[in-house]
Design a protein around this ligand. Structure first.
Ligand SMILES: [Zn+2]
Length: 58
């Protein structure tokens, strides 16, 4: 099972599409992306949970 996260699904005007095998990995990737591209310095639990929620299981 893999997880896919698109910024578009979270309402951001961004074409980033992130994939991971686990939720933990996905959160790490999303956090990294948010820091680099969206200038989010602090990825909170709320944000991490939100990323998991909008992520799609494939
Ligand atoms: Zn993005």
């Amino acid at each position: 099972m893999a997880y896919e996260f698109s910024c578009v699904d979270a309402g951001a005007a961004c074409r980033a599409h992130l994939k991971a095998d686990t939720q933990e990995e996905l959160v790490e990737k999303v956090a990294d992306h948010l820091k680099k591209k969206h200038k989010v310095q602090h990825v909170t639990n709320t944000l991490a949970n939100y990323a998991i929620k909008v992520a799609k299981e494939r």
